[in-house]
Design a binder for this molecule. Structure first.
Ligand code: ATP
Ligand code: MG
Length: 218
C-alpha cells in the first residue's frame, strides 16, 4: 500500500536467545502523526532501525509506501524517510554547524546559494546562530539535537522518524519544535515520534502506540 509503512510478521533479536520482536506486525499510515511509547528497552529504537534498514529482520518483511526495504539501499530509504537518531551525535559528521546543514545537499549537486539560504533559515528557526561555525561535536546536547533535526529537514523528506526529539530540550525549544512539526503536518508530511513527553503526545499524537513485551497496543 502506497500510503503505509507495513511491518509484516517480523522477528528480530540482537542475539539468538532473546528476541526483541517475534511475529510482530504493525501498519503505520502516512499523513498522520504516530506516537510510539513504551518502557526503556521495549524495542522502540529497534523498530525504527528496522524500518530504516539499519538492521534487518530475521523473518518477515517491511514495506515503505509499497516498496520492500529488503530490495532498497540504505540511501534510497533515507531519501524517503528522514531519521533523527536518539543520540544525535551519531549522525553529525562534518566540521561545522553550517557545513552539517549544507554539505549533503551541495554534495548532491543542489544549488549552493539556495542551500545556504535554506540553512540560514534553519539556523534561525532552531536558534543555532551562536554556534554556526562551531564543530558539531562540541555543541551542547540540546544544540546537537536541534542541529540533527535541522539537518534532516534540510533534505525535505516525505516522512520523518524522530527518536525522542524532546530529550535535552528546554520548554521553549520544545515549543519551537512543536511549531515546526505542525508546519510539516500542514504540508502533509507524516511522522513517527518516539516520546515519553505527555504534553507532546497530547499535542501531536493522531495515533498512540505502546510497545510492550514485543507487542503493539493502542
Ligand atoms: N546494539 C545492541 N546490541 C544488543 N542488544 C541491544 C542493542 N540495542 C538494543 N539492544 C537491546 O534490545 C532491547 C530493545 O532496545 P531498544 O533500544 O530498541 O529499546 P527502546 O525502547 O528504544 O529503549 P529506550 O527507551 O531506553 O530508548 C533492549 O533489551 C536492549 O538492551
Ligand atoms: Mg530508544
Amino acid at each position: 500500500m502506497k500510503n503505509k509503512i507495513e511491518i509484516n510478521n517480523i522477528s528480530y533479536g540482537y542475539n539468538r536467545r532473546r528476541k526483541v520482536f517475534e511475529n510482530f506486525s504493525l501498519q503505520i499510515n502516512n499523513e498522520e502523526t504516530t506516537i510510539l511509547t513504551g518502557k526503556n528497552g521495549s524495542g522502540k529504537t529497534t523498530l525504527t532501525k528496522l524500518i530504516m534498514g539499519i538492521i534487518k529482520p530475521s523473518y518477515g518483511e517491511i514495506k515503505i509506501f509499497g516498496q520492500r526495504t529488503a530490495d532498497m539501499s540504505l540511501g534510497s530509504i533515507g531519501k524517503i524517510i528522514g531519521y533523527v537518531f536518539q543520540y544525535p551525535e551519531r549522525q553529525l559528521f562534518t566540521s561545522s554547524v553550517m557545513e552539517e546543514l549544507t554539505f549533503p545537499l551541495i554534495f548532491k549537486g543542489l544549488d549552493k546559494e539556495e542551500t545556504f539560504v535554506k540553512a540560514e533559515e534553519m539556523i534561525k528557526i532552531f536558534d543555532l546562530k551562536k554556534v554556526k561555525d562551531t564543530y558539531p561535536f562540541l555543541l551542547s546536547y540540546g544544540e546537537k539535537r536541534r542541529l540533527a533535526i535541522a539537518s534532516v529537514l534540510m533534505n525535505e523528506p516525505k516522512y520523518i522518524i524522530l527518536d525522542e526529539p524532546t530529550a535535552s530540550l528546554d520548554r521553549e525549544r520544545i515549543d519551537t519544535l512543536s511549531e515546526v512539526l505542525y508546519k510539516l503536518k500542514n504540508k502533509k508530511i507524516g511522522m513517527l515520534i518516539i516520546t515519553h513527553n505527555k504534553n507532546f503526545i497530547i499535542k501531536h499524537g493522531d495515533r498512540v502506540i505502546k510497545i510492550e513485551g514485543g507487542r503493539a497496543y493502542e
